[in-house]
Design a protein around this ligand. Structure first.
Ligand SMILES: C[S@@+](CC[C@H](N)C(=O)[O-])C[C@H]1O[C@@H](n2cnc3c(N)ncnc32)[C@H](O)[C@@H]1O
Length: 271
């Protein structure tokens, strides 16, 4: 069994520097937030299921707004995106400027840190969402505090959606890989994966866990297990991480099954 560190390999300043560099390097390309854009699309689809016309949404850790603008598609939805990297917000503003005026008017981007949400009113949002953001907080206690603070921004009856990487999903995927002689996939140095139980506990008694969606489980098995095995068997020089590959397109069309995705969506409703 893997031993889980209670802090990320990199410190807070190094993690912020990593994200600033990602923004500089990738600009508006979705790779600024994750190299696997097909997995991002699966994530957007899973979250969009919970977005209804007229909702007010906080997208915490929005990067360049790639997913944020998708959440703003239904009529009348207003989205506030915050990120602690100025360059990410500059790019998000640029993206907003390229959207149809009617949608752009319903989007707002601001520099902001999820560890200091004082400027954002409590109980003001129908839906608060994070996508791969809490994993960038270097300690488990910071993650717990951030979940609590984000939960306070949700109105009673509203939703807290956390699409984050978990220790459990990561361990199950690696167990599957070991059965086939493949090495473990490591945790990136700038991440600390979350314990599922800690997510629910941190949200507190005000929240009910309505669903956990393993939206990328089949995609992960196909691209992180089958694809490397096939590449080995065919002795073919394949870039197994390439989301543009036809194989990855097929993998993204599979219905989600099992619990092997590192990434999953926690759906919590405020009482
Ligand atoms: C993996 S990206 C996800 C971006 C975006 N949610 C998406 O789906 O494309 C993580 C983002 O979280 C931001 N981030 C990390 N720690 C943060 C913090 N403490 N406060 C605000 N944003 C943070 C990073 O700058 C980065 O843009």
């Amino acid at each position: 069994m893997e031993h889980r560190e209670e802090h990320s390999a990199l410190g807070a300043d190094e993690i912020a520097a990593f994200w600033a560099a990602q923004a500089e390097k990738h600009g508006l390309d979705p790779a600024a937030s994750w190299s696997d854009w097909r997995a991002i699309e699966l994530e957007i689809a899973a979250i969009s299921h919970y977005v209804a016309p007229g909702m007010t949404i906080l997208d915490a850790g929005c990067a360049t707004g790639y997913s944020t603008v998708c959440f703003a598609r239904p009529d009348g939805v207003r989205v506030l995106g915050i990120d602690y990297i100025e360059k990410m917000i500059d790019l998000a503003e640029q993206r907003r400027g390229s959207m149809p005026a009617e949608i752009a008017a319903r989007l707002e981007f601001r520099v902001g840190d999820i560890r200091a949400l004082d400027g954002i009113p409590e109980a003001a949002f129908d839906l608060v969402v994070t996508t791969r953001v809490l994993i960038n907080l270097g300690t488990a206690s910071e993650q717990r505090e951030a979940i609590e603070a984000l939960g306070q921004r949700v109105r009673p009856g509203g939703l807290l959606l956390l699409s984050e990487a978990t220790v459990g999903g990561w361990q199950r995927l690696n167990a599957l890989r070991r059965e086939w002689g493949l090495p473990d996939i490591g945790v990136p140095s700038f991440n600390l994966y979350l314990e599922e139980s800690a997510i629910v506990e941190s949200a507190g008694d005000d929240f009910i866990l309505e669903n956990v969606e393993n939206f990328a489980s089949s995609y992960f098995v196909a691209t992180r297990l089958l694809k490397p095995i096939l590449a080995q068997a065919a002795a073919h020089d394949v870039d197994v991480a390439d989301p543009n590959a036809e194989f990855n397109r097929w993998a993204s069309l599979l219905p989600a099954a099992g619990d092997y995705g590192t990434q999953k969506l926690f759906v919590l409703r405020r009482r």
